[in-house]
Ligand binder design. Sequence first.
Ligand code: SF4
Length: 367
Amino acid sequence: MVSPLWRILRPDAIEVLRDEKARAALPRYFAVMEDRLPARFQICKRVEVDFNRSAPEEELWRTHHEKMKEFRKLRAKVDSGELKLESLGRPEHSLLDLKVELARRMLKSCRFCERRCGADRAAGKTGWCGVGDKSRIASEFMHHGEEPELVPSYTIFFSGCTFSCQYCQNWDISQYPEEGVQVSPQSLAKLIDNARREGARNVNFVGGEPTPNLPTILESLNLCETNIPSVWNSNMFLSLESMQLLSGTQDIYLTDFKYGNDKCAWRYSKVGQYFAVVSRNHLLAFEDAELIIRHLVLPNHIECCTRPVLKWIAENLGPMVRVNVMDQYRACYKADQFEEINRRLTPEEFSRALKIAEEAGLKNVIS
Ligand code: SF4
């Protein structure tokens, strides 16, 4: 069993169960966590799909788009209580099987993120992120430091990342894809099922970055037997195809919305088209499931990043979306090469960030 110590260390994780704002923003997550509804990936497994593994990829995508409509109808029936998932048998081939097949195909010309390297990872090549055909994890454990509604969170840290954040706190994992141990979907599924039986509120896929590991993650969820909410903890620089494959499998997108413009994104994370891609994916995630958005406030970046990010969230996702405005910035990794971010955030800067959130109209802020 998970140590009961977290109840003492994180009393807010108990209090959040009575928090109306948290429940209003994440109603389905709470229902899955409390086993009143099935996780989305478990519904996905019950959507029957007749597909031929040797069919061309375009044909499989067409089938996928059609079957996603069926998934949404089934989820609505399950959520309304009109239908019990247990009353449906497990089909020979499911929508989740099809997603796994499509993810494996994408591995042959990698475009899981918007860098779109095209590397044939299935043949042993690597692209920008350096992640190979098999996933590696740096660690996995019951995390007690996440947002209160997520604790205890069974967190899996994948090695490698699609960004190169110059101040990364996890640089020893994110910038070294060869670190950690190789894992199979089978072993991950067993770990996830065990964690749920031991009291995990969710499984939390993070890194580094989970995006290059999408095939492993989908396959492991396909093998999971327990009902556990799935949390996609990501920089959200996914390609459109990856967002489509994720759709219907995640209960929460735990996102990281860092920069309010492409110049800062390029300077600190070496990534282009940041705002267009990440804002697009937030809209898709919001349509698909529930969101907790993290915004790490960077020193000297209140006007260029914090203000536009919080304003965009309020205008596009509404006042009740759950936003974590974070003051935990530390100057790690190569931050000493950038004078303007080579220090902690001041209390004044953090107060200004909270004020901006308030002025933007955000009413469900965790800080
Ligand atoms: S996941 Fe890695 S290899 Fe694939 S497109 Fe992104 S950076 Fe390139």
